[in-house]
Ligand binder design. Structure first.
Ligand SMILES: Nc1ncnc2c1ncn2[C@@H]1O[C@H](COP(=O)(O)OP(=O)(O)OP(=O)(O)O)[C@@H](O)[C@H]1O
Ligand SMILES: [Mg+2]
Length: 316
């Protein structure tokens, strides 16, 4: 499988009133061509800032200490701003949690689509219009011709998400980064959006980085899974291997807390993930880990392969 995006040993933190606080530690993640890679973990573990790094859309007080993000042979963290703007939104498109932030409320959805088609596909007039309608149909927006004339506020949450996906496709984006694309939506619409992402992945070969804390969504849709805990990747594997044989105690705990086995009592993970303000020695999960022993408290477990395409950071 060739890689379309490689995040390599990313170390990133924030300058806060109390000084520099590291938030990502040696984060590495490969997105394979035409695959869906899910990045999973509890709230605050660093999923969004990992994703935003790939577009260099980070808060002002963020500081990248080291690492590389390789896209088409170049390090995104080092390319010139002019070149970056040809990648951002065009080659790598973001589907944010709140869709209103990427639609302009002053223009109709159709006009916004025409604009990106003009810029990215060099079409105008009837040809552009036809592409726009085709894009709306691809994302299964009903009555595309009427909806073309609607303003974003006339769309439901699920339709706004679809419109953003349509725009990303019209830009001919190669990578979609979907940051919790479904959390604001109800369960049926969530399932439809996931199905749609799955469909366009198959039809267009787009690669998708899916950020979520919902392992049930991941088991049904992803090709690859990376689990993040408190700013570190603790396990990474092909989805079928991950669900067959999860290795890291944190992955096991996350899996036990999904409501898939009806009737069984759900277990929740004891305690809370640490914030970036807490100093932790050794494995970052050790204070919550049932299998913790002395070494875990003092030495950081490296991410090592346990099988082909399966890496785990645990001393057990
Ligand atoms: N501008 C900032 N200054 C200081 N700390 C920040 C800043 N932005 C994010 N953080 C911290 O970085 C950590 C990672 O945040 P991030 O938004 O990536 O989490 P997440 O995994 O996406 O969580 P969620 O599931 O809630 O979206 C958190 O502890 C957060 O508090
Ligand atoms: Mg987030």
């Amino acid at each position: 499988m060739d890689k379309i995006l490689e995040i390599k040993k990313l170390n990133l933190g924030f300058n806060t009133e109390g000084g520099f606080r590291q938030a990502l530690w040696d984060v590495s993640l490969d997105l394979n061509h035409g695959e869906m890679h899910a990045l999973v973990g509890e709230s605050g573990c660093g999923k969004t800032i990992t994703a935003m790094s790939t577009l260099r859309l980070l808060p002002k007080n963020a500081e990248i200490k080291s690492g590389e993000i390789i896209y088409r042979g170049e390090d995104i963290l080092n390319i010139a701003p002019a070149k970056l703007s040809t990648i951002r939104g065009a080659k790598i498109a973001l589907i944010p949690q709140d869709p209103m932030t990427s639609l302009n409320p002053l223009y109709t959805v159709g006009d916004q689509l025409l604009e990106v088609i003009k810029i990215h596909q060099g079409l105008s007039g009837k040809a552009a219009y036809e592409k726009a309608i085709e894009a709306l149909k691809t994302v299964q927006i009903p009555s595309a011709e009427e909806r073309f004339k609607s303003y974003p506020h006339e769309f439901s949450g699920g339709m706004k998400q679809r419109a953003i996906i349509a725009m990303a496709l019209a830009c001919r984006a190669e990578i979609l980064i979907a940051d919790e694309p479904t959390t604001a939506l109800d369960v049926t619409i969530q399932a439809q959006i996931m199905k749609l992402l799955q469909k366009i992945k198959t039809e267009t070969g787009v690669s998708i980085l899916l950020i979520t804390h919902d392992l049930a969504l991941v088991s049904e849709n992803a090709d690859f899974v990376s689990v993040m805990y408190a700013g570190r990747i603790v396990e990474s594997a092909r989805a079928e291997d991950f669900f067959k044989q999860p290795r890291h105690p944190y992955s096991l705990a996350l899996l036990k807390s999904i409501p898939s086995n009806r009737g069984e009592k759900l277990e929740t993970i004891q305690g809370q993930p640490p914030s970036i303000y807490q100093e932790i020695t050794g494995c970052r999960f050790h204070p919550r880990c049932e299998k913790c022993f002395e070494k875990c408290k003092t030495e950081i477990p490296p991410l090592i392969p346990t099988a082909p395409n399966h890496t785990v950071a645990c001393w057990r």
